[in-house]
Design a protein around this ligand. Structure first.
Ligand code: GLN
Length: 218
């Protein structure tokens, strides 16, 4: 299983170091061709407006939509979370809409724009250190969205099926638990969907749908 990390802008190197620590196979994705080779994608923190511009100009948006259509898992942190949301406010901007969320950008305001906090999660017993940098707020959640962690009463780590969204930056701490959780989602997605490379695919998942939808070759 190969994880793609969107590497057009932002802290993608921090995600790469996390995956290295976990021994996961990854590739930095800058072109549609690279995106077509992966089984799951990480969208890093950074500046969502800049990333969105690249996605549109480089044909990466279509490549990510094709991955989503094939059932790939996605993990967005902060700006990546904004890209994944169904609706983005303040200011409104386009998004991929893979996660049923409404997000407000830079919602904490200047005073508390960046902070390190700690909060409990559903991932394990001990609280998790959370780095917030000009973080957005998740304002609305669709009915199928599971809240995995809250901080200050607000959802900060949520999961919409195979789409994992963090408004903070797990990649900037030494704690690998959120990435480990994502790797499980990614493996489940790779086993279920129609990827035909080295993904482990149980016989039961090799349905006619999967076979009639082979991985596009670019
Ligand atoms: N505020 C940024 C944006 O709107 C996100 C900040 C971050 O990723 N740390 O894209």
């Amino acid at each position: 299983m190969k994880i793609g990390i969107l590497a057009v802008q932002g802290d993608y190197e921090a995600h790469a170091r996390m995956l290295e620590r976990l021994g996961a196979d990854y590739v930095l994705v800058r072109t549609p061709k690279e995106a077509a080779q992966v089984h799951a994608m990480i969208l890093p923190g950074g500046e969502s407006t800049t990333m969105l511009k690249f996605l549109k100009e480089e044909g990466l948006e279509a490549a990510l939509r094709a991955l989503d259509a094939r059932g790939a898992a996605f993990f967005g942190t902060c700006a990546g979370a904004i890209l994944l949301a169904r609706e983005v406010r303040a200011p409104a901007q386009d998004s991929l809409g893979f996660a049923d969320l409404v997000i407000t950008r830079n919602a904490y305001g200047r005073q508390v724009a960046s902070d390190v906090r700690s909060a409990p999660t559903k991932l394990r017993a001990e609280p998790l250190e959370m780095v917030f940098i000009r973080a957005p707020w998740i304002d609305e959640l669709g009915p199928g969205v599971e809240v995995l962690a809250r901080e200050g009463g607000r959802p900060v780590l949520v999961r919409d099926g195979r789409i994992l969204v963090a408004t903070f930056h797990p990649e900037l701490t030494g704690d690998t638990s959120v990435h480990e959780y994502f790797l499980k989602l990614a493996a489940e997605g790779a086993a279920r969907n129609s990827f035909d490379s080295s993904a482990s695919k149980p016989a039961s998942s090799q349905t006619s749908t999967a076979e009639s939808n082979p991985m596009p070759r670019r």
